[in-house]
Design a protein around this ligand. Structure first.
Ligand SMILES: [Zn+2]
Ligand SMILES: [Zn+2]
Length: 484
């Protein structure tokens, strides 16, 4: 029946061998869950509205899969699996009866573009061979134990990444393009590909990932709910660091080196922010904080929050002005500030947030020099300190700078930026670079060489702290490969 088919009643309850008849209460609860998901009145009875909703054409994927982003409000849900790569391939291995091949190719391309427009993902069509996402138009039973039901009812279903990501469309539907007649293939395909990428159904009615087919919508656009969902899924791919080197510009680090089109002007990207920022970090509340002199600025994304800048003494009581660096320890959410030969721990949950035992000597961080330029904590258990053209990798477990080969400090130009011209080890002639203080001239035609620059701040834009690998590892791996 409908409620068990779409995940509102568990298979145990409908299993006749358990000898347990479904209680009225169980049924009423399931009906109410469905009503809640579908935005109906919560009567707990199979009333006319509810029965009507159950006749609407819809996606065949169950509604209650994975975890909702927030159980209190209506929002997206993630299934829990995701692709580990950002460049995905697909092929249509069985075309529909009622649409031409060329037309189908074009619709599918556009449906993928819906998602590539708001993520770092790319989708490439292939005619043959192995692909990530296989697309088929099928009728009735088609080999996966989830047969299609003819016209209406279930329109399509797709598998989450962990199950392969394939998308199947019921070929008994009259698939159409740009028409109020039939069933719009573009909308249904964009929805199904959301599943292929790891999204579950949203109980937000206006979302593309809502399970019910709403009819042809000539001016289609993703709901903000869908965008938040897919960006939550791709955040690990999306994770990158911004690094400011000259003070006026910032660079975006990708897995390999610096992203194309960088450096950019800080003041152009974070409107209202001055140049020569002292430090910056992203916090688990999704906000990014910038520090300069006696002030700090708070941003949501690239938009400054109202009422900023504020005084450091006001928002970060106990922390001095003109700090060198700041970092968030993602394990405990505490914020560490560094200045000269001292450091402070700021704990927002405590009163006062800075204990009277601070500041403490920076030499407590064994092997880390005074007067650092930037610091960054990774979820891999390492903290990186930058000074001049060098960096130190600090092991959070041993609480000392790692002994490694080559030893720390290492040259950050080589290890972080993939600058083959930079030396691998620690000896760098700070006066040898021809690149002056202004990096604007370095964009484009030659590899940036930060060797006589220093790092003002580093921020991570990835707020997802439960990932065990992040770009930091990838950069290091890439650097290792380069070395060997
Ligand atoms: Zn669906
Ligand atoms: Zn199927």
């Amino acid at each position: 029946m409908y409620l068990s088919q779409f995940g509102y009643l568990s298979p145990i309850i409908r299993n006749p061998s358990s000898g347990m008849l479904m209680s009225e209460e169980t049924l009423a609860r399931a009906v109410m869950e469905f009503q809640n998901f579908a935005g109906l009145n919560l009567t707990g009875h199979l009333d006319d509205d509810t029965l009507h909703m159950m006749t609407l054409p819809r996606c065949g994927v169950r509604d209650k899969v994975g975890f909702a982003s927030d159980s209190r409000s209506k929002r997206y849900a993630l299934q829990g699996s995701r692709w580990r790569v950002k460049d995905l391939t697909y092929k249509i291995s069985k075309y529909p009866r009622v649409l031409g091949r060329h037309e189908t190719d074009e619709v599918v391309r556009k449906a993928f573009q819906v998602w590539s427009d708001v993520t770092p993902l790319t989708f490439t069509a292939k005619k043959s061979g192995q692909v990530h996402i296989e697309i088929r138009f099928e009728r009735g039973e088609h080999g996966d134990g989830d047969p299609f039901d003819g016209p209406g009812g279930t329109l399509a279903h797709a598998f989450f990444p962990v199950y392969g990501g394939d998308a199947h469309f019921d070929d008994a539907e009259k698939w159409t393009v740009n028409s109020y007649k039939g069933t719009n293939l573009f909308q249904v395909a964009a929805h199904e590909f959301g599943h292929s990428l790891g999204l579950s159904h949203s109980d937000e009615r206006s979302a593309l990932m809502a399970p019910f087919y709403r009819g042809y919508e000539p001016s289609f656009s993703l709901d903000s709910d869908d965008i938040e969902a897919i960006q939550a899924v791709t955040s690990v791919i999306n994770s990158f660091k911004f690094i400011s080197i000259s003070g006026l510009h910032y660079w975006k680090l990708t897995e390999e080196s610096i992203a194309e089109g960088y450096p950019k002007l800080i003041s152009k990207s974070w409107i209202g922010l001055p140049g020569h920022i002292d430090a910056a970090f992203s916090y688990k509340n999704g906000k990014t904080y910038f520090f300069k002199g006696s002030k700090y600025w708070r941003y949501t994304g690239k938009t400054m929050d109202e009422g900023y800048p504020k005084d450091i003494s006001e928002g970060f009581t106990g922390i001095p002005d003109n700090i060198d660096a700041a970092l968030v320890w993602s394990g405990n959410g505490k914020i560490y500030f560094f200045k000269g030969s001292k450091f402070w721990k700021f704990d927002p949950s405590q009163k006062p947030p800075v204990k009277s035992t601070y500041p403490k000597p920076l030499s407590n961080w064994e092997g880390v020099p005074d007067n650092i330029d930037a610091a960054l904590h990774y979820t891999n258990g390492y903290t990186y300190f930058f000074k001049g053209s060098q960096y130190w990798r600090f092991n959070d477990k041993t609480f000392s700078v790692d002994s490694a080969d080559p030893p720390f400090p290492r040259n950050s130009g080589y290890w972080w930026f993939g600058c083959r011209s930079a030396t691998k080890g620690s000896q760098v002639d700070l006066s040898s670079s021809s690149n002056g203080g202004d990096l604007a001239s370095s964009s484009g035609d030659h590899e940036p060489s930060p060797s006589n620059q220093y790092y003002r701040w580093l921020i991570k834009s990835d707020h997802n702290t439960n990932q065990n690998q992040d770009v930091g590892d990838l950069i290091l791996e890439a650097a290792k490969k380069r070395l060997s």
